[in-house]
Ligand binder design. Structure first.
Ligand code: PGA
Length: 255
């Protein structure tokens, strides 16, 4: 029995009306378990497009919200960016360092590190994503890559600050490709990440580490039963309320 976080990353999908109708539908389905104490061990979370955060806020007592990206500066001349102050009332989490941000928008570890610090000082929980590309995996560099990302992204943070971070292992080769890491491959990396974070923070602790990369109702349960896998970050399969709900339903059996 464990605590799990089941998170939807909608990426650049869904209009405001579509976001509202999704959360309303999901809320009705989840409310059937409102008297089930297991529901308290499951955190259900959605990262919608930023524009949907305000209209989605307050529509479900069972679903938390997070922002897909924030900027590290407080305010000012940064056209197109989102400051933590603009979303903190409607977001519990900030997704940071997703591979699409790193690759498509050339985000560096230095910027990611600043974003983590800004999120923490605003009281948001950073959900930090790390993971290797296919080339890195095939060259045997998975652990070197993840070690470097963690060291750089967590640089200068105290062990108390690191305690507040939730992590996601997202092998880049498994994102949106239909190729999932096997539960064994994922568990191996999750264990490595736990140990690395413990070394960096100087404290042995349990870490919340989600797996992401082509998670769907058919494979979620095997992944989530693994010891160091504490949840899932779901892209494609979270866009449809039936498949996202099916993953939640299966997860409830594991908590
Ligand atoms: P996917 O995306 O489930 O579509 O592979 C996961 C993610 O990018 O967070």
């Amino acid at each position: 029995m464990k605590d799990l976080i089941i998170a939807a990353n909608w990426k650049m999908n869904k209009t405001v009306p579509q976001s509202i109708s999704f959360i309303s539908d999901l809320d009705i389905r989840i409310s059937q378990w409102k008297l089930n104490p297991k529901l308290n061990k499951l955190e259900i979370l959605i990262f919608p497009p930023a524009i949907s955060l305000y209209p989605m806020n307050g529509r479900s007592e069972f679903i938390s919200l997070g922002c897909q990206n924030i900027y590290f500066e407080e305010s000012g001349a940064y056209t197109g960016e989102i400051a933590v102050d603009m979303i903190r009332e409607y977001s519990k989490y900030a997704l940071i360092g997703h591979s699409e941000r790193r690759e498509v928008f050339s985000e560096t570890d230095e910027e990611i590190n600043k974003k983590i610090k800004t999120s923490l000082s605003a009281g948001l929980t950073p959900l930090l994503c790390v993971g290797e590309t296919l080339d890195e995996r095939e060259a045997g560099n998975t652990f070197t890559k993840i070690n470097a990302q963690l060291k750089n992204d967590l640089s200068g943070l105290s062990s108390e600050e690191i305690e507040k971070i939730v992590f996601a292992y997202e092998p880049v080769w498994a994102i949106g490709t239909g190729k999932t890491a096997t539960p064994e491959q994922a568990q191996e990396v999750h264990e490595f990440i736990t140990n690395e974070i413990n070394k960096i923070s100087g404290k042995e602790n349990k870490r919340m580490i989600l797996y992401g990369g082509s998670v769907k109702p058919e494979n979620s349960k095997e992944l989530l039963t693994k010891k160091d896998i504490n949840g899932a970050l779901i892209g494609g399969a979270s866009l449809n309320v039936d498949s996202f709900f099916a993953i939640i339903e299966k997860s409830l059996e594991l908590v």
